[in-house]
Ligand binder design. Structure first.
Ligand code: ADP
Length: 254
């Protein structure tokens, strides 16, 4: 049987009279990349933050790696990796010092250069976060989620604001982390990203999950309902043109 890393049952979150998360249920299997999609305000961040133990739920059941959110939140914290916004980093510290700080918080010892190499930032070890490009900052923020060798990491819009090459470099990094056996839950507004990366996606709207399946099955279901694209797609798009003209191999130097 597939091992479930995350199980969410009838999760509800109310902010006063607003029901931001309206009795949703889903599970995430070991090794999956699971995407939460939906328009702004759909309840994605609230759901993620509850599973990450950062926000109180109103009702429902959440289990992460077999630990109950109600009874074993401290154990959940130890097995997950959570991405911080880059504004959350101490500005005076360089990348190695920041990784050491995170390791200290998790009470584990790490080789900062090895962690930075995983995200191709070993040459920036003495740099401060403000000296990094947008793509490098995102890669660093992913590196910080890996410090405690988590079983599952949460990425909230990991490629928002990045140029196409930096996005693709991040996609490869996320795939590499998955290949090492880590389960990944991410939110995104980019449908191409969800289609490329996610094994399954849940689409949320107004606090409810309105679809949950593999990207392929969701597309097939739409086609079976008689949907047809108005215009034939070309075999390449403008993003391919951009990458072809400005980028070469995806070395990760963005
Ligand atoms: P998403 O991540 O999909 O954009 P959110 O989970 O951030 O959605 O928000 C869902 C709904 O809950 C929105 O209507 C938002 O305004 C509301 N909301 C989020 N956080 C709070 C809060 N701390 N207090 C009150 N309302 C909130």
């Amino acid at each position: 049987m597939t091992e479930q890393v995350i199980e969410v049952k009838n999760l509800v979150k109310k902010y006063g009279s607003l029901t931001a998360v309206d009795s949703i249920s889903f599970s995430v299997s070991k090794g999956e990349i699971f995407g939460l999609l939906g328009p702004n305000g759909a309840g994605k961040s609230t759901t993620l933050e509850i599973v990450e133990t950062l926000r109180e739920k109103t009702s429902g059941e959440v289990t992460v790696c077999g630990y109950s959110l109600d009874k074993e939140a401290a154990l959940i914290k130890k097995v997950i990796g959570v991405q911080l916004q880059s504004s959350g980093y101490y500005p005076g510290l360089n990348l190695v010092q920041l990784i050491e700080l995170f390791a200290g918080l998790y009470n584990c010892s790490v080789d900062p250069i090895q962690i930075l190499s995983m995200v191709n930032l070993q040459e920036k070890s003495k740099a401060k976060v403000k000296e990094l490009s947008g793509g490098q900052r995102q890669r660093f923020s992913i590196a910080t989620t890996l410090v405690n060798q988590p079983k599952v990491i949460f990425l909230d819009e990991p490629t928002t604001g990045l140029d196409p090459q930096a996005r693709r470099s991040l996609w490869e990094l996320i795939r590499t982390i998955q290949a090492q056996g880590t389960t990944i839950v991410l939110t995104t507004h980019y449908m191409d990203e969800a289609e490329y990366l996610c094994d399954r996606i849940a689409i949320m709207e107004k606090g409810k999950i309105i679809a949950l399946d593999t990207p392929d099955s969701l597309i097939d279901q739409l086609l079976e309902s008689g949907f047809e694209r108005k215009k034939e797609m070309k075999a390449a798009n403008l993003e391919d043109v951009f990458i072809h003209l400005t980028g070469h191999a995806l070395t990760g130097d963005y």
